[in-house]
Design a protein around this ligand. Structure first.
Ligand SMILES: [Zn+2]
Length: 249
């Protein structure tokens, strides 16, 4: 027989199944990424209707069967409903969920990624921060959570901490002025961009979205983190195409 488990998590995606049900992918602190069926969730009077929706964050009571989970009850802390009406923010939101799905593992502690996702969606709805900056911060911090982040505190070549002037994707980190001259892959970056990269990697989570940058610094972060993500991901993230379309138009 199965048993009931309660997990803290977020709905990453939701797919219709049969006539009335939904199949959800949840990212949870306790059980990592998991699939749960929400029976009857598409019926208008279902108590699961509102909860079986992407971005919903809260506590989920699941019945653990032999091969799958079934959602029994959800105690929702945030629906992020304002996000659904915000454009282009909603597209960034779906991209963040898809990236969390890409990295999510079953039966792992996904608490770190879950917290990052939650504060990132909050930041996305803050009009003071450009959504493009939120994206680059989320991406780089995701690499930190996954342990795949570049060396930004010192030169990857000579360990010099001062005079960092360039980023190299090939060397996966910062280069000082002298070493940058030797590296064909080096991309020059301003001191403010270096500082922003260091801040994103090191700062405690609750302070992550407490800064903004000038447009030219955002362009540098776009280039550095954009190529880092191309390097890190082994397949295309579908919702990324929508973001590229918006950037081009
Ligand atoms: Zn150096």
């Amino acid at each position: 027989m199965g048993n009931i488990v309660t997990v803290t998590g977020m709905v990453l995606s939701s797919m219709p199944v049969g006539d009335h049900d939904k199949r959800l992918v949840l990212l949870t602190k306790e059980r990592g990424k998991l699939t749960a069926f929400a029976k009857g969730a598409r019926r208008p009077n279902s108590h699961l209707l509102a909860a079986a929706t992407p971005f919903v964050f809260g506590s989920f009571q699941l019945y653990e069967g032999r091969n799958s989970y079934t959602l029994q009850y959800a105690d929702v802390r945030s629906y992020f409903t304002e996000l659904a009406r915000a454009q282009p923010e909603i597209y960034y939101g779906f991209y963040f969920l898809e990236l969390a799905d890409y990295y999510g593992r079953e039966n792992a502690d996904e608490g770190g990624m879950l917290n990052l996702l939650y504060i990132t969606l909050k930041a996305l709805m803050d009009p003071r921060i450009d959504a493009r900056l939120v994206r680059r911060i989320f991406e780089l911090r995701t690499l930190v959570v996954q342990g795949e982040y570049p060396q930004v505190g010192a030169c990857v070549s000579c360990t010099e901490k001062e005079d960092l002037r360039a980023f190299s994707w090939r060397r996966h980190g910062m280069l000082c002025k002298a070493c940058a001259a030797q590296e064909p892959d080096a991309q020059a970056v301003d001191a403010s961009a270096v500082y922003a990269l260091q801040y994103i990697v090191c700062i405690p989570l609750q302070k992550l979205y407490s800064f903004t940058v000038r447009p030219e610094i955002l362009s540098q972060l776009d280039r550095v983190v954009g190529r880092l993500m191309e390097q890190a991901l082994d397949r295309k993230i579908k919702s990324q195409e929508m973001l590229e379309l918006m950037a081009g138009g």
